[in-house]
Design a protein around this ligand. Structure first.
Ligand SMILES: [Zn+2]
Length: 193
């Protein structure tokens, strides 16, 4: 139950207490609308930032210690925090998950995962040093040669896309960022299974 005069989403004591899902007048989508004051809570897609981090001809992967997909390998990536840039977020995630200091090179891909309302911005990056270690959401970190990547043990389809795309532009200083590969519907279904 919200007892304030007006909902303040920055101080949510019970943000969904009296919210109902309905289409506000003039709107096109159902929203969470406060029954008391009319405040509309917009559920917009979340931005994930991450990087494919290279050291010479090897690439950094992290074995996840948390769900979803615990035990599977991923690139350092995660949700953007408020008041940071995408590059800052990618650097932060590399440090948090793999204790990796990185130099962001360029945007590798923009991947849309509409089923879960997610947009991923994945950068190509270089490790400043090969000294990496498991962070708090990681069981193990490792530098894989391109022919050693555990393709069948990757955590998410977009990890596979980013690795493939990074491989595709190896040695190219300039390239256009990639989008979802055309076969991504099959990848979604695989993720759901
Ligand atoms: Zn309210």
């Amino acid at each position: 139950m919200i007892t304030k005069e007006k909902c303040d989403i920055s101080q949510p004591t019970d943000p969904f207490g009296s919210f109902q899902r309905k289409i506000p007048p003039g709107d096109t989508h159902p929203r969470l609308v406060c029954a008391d004051c009319g405040f509309v809570y917009y559920e917009n897609p979340k931005v994930v930032v991450g990087s494919v981090c290279e050291w010479s001809d090897r690439v950094l992967l992290c074995r996840r210690s948390i769900e979803p997909r615990a035990g599977y390998w991923t690139i350092p990536a995660g949700y953007m925090e408020a008041r940071e840039t995408t590059v800052e977020g990618a650097r932060r995630e590399a440090w948090e998950e793999a204790r990796a200091r990185i130099e962001i090179d360029s945007l590798l891909g923009v991947y849309n995962i509409p089923r879960i309302s997610q947009v991923q911005l994945i950068y190509r990056a270089r490790l400043v040093t090969p000294d990496v270690a498991a962070g708090h959401e990681t069981r193990e970190v490792r530098l894989f040669g391109w022919d050693e990547i555990p393709w069948d043990e990757l955590a998410f389809p977009s990890v596979r896309w980013a690795l493939r795309h990074c491989r595709e532009v190896a040695g190219q200083a300039v390239y256009a960022p990639f989008a979802n590969p055309p076969d991504d519907l099959a990848d979604y279904h695989q993720l759901m299974d």
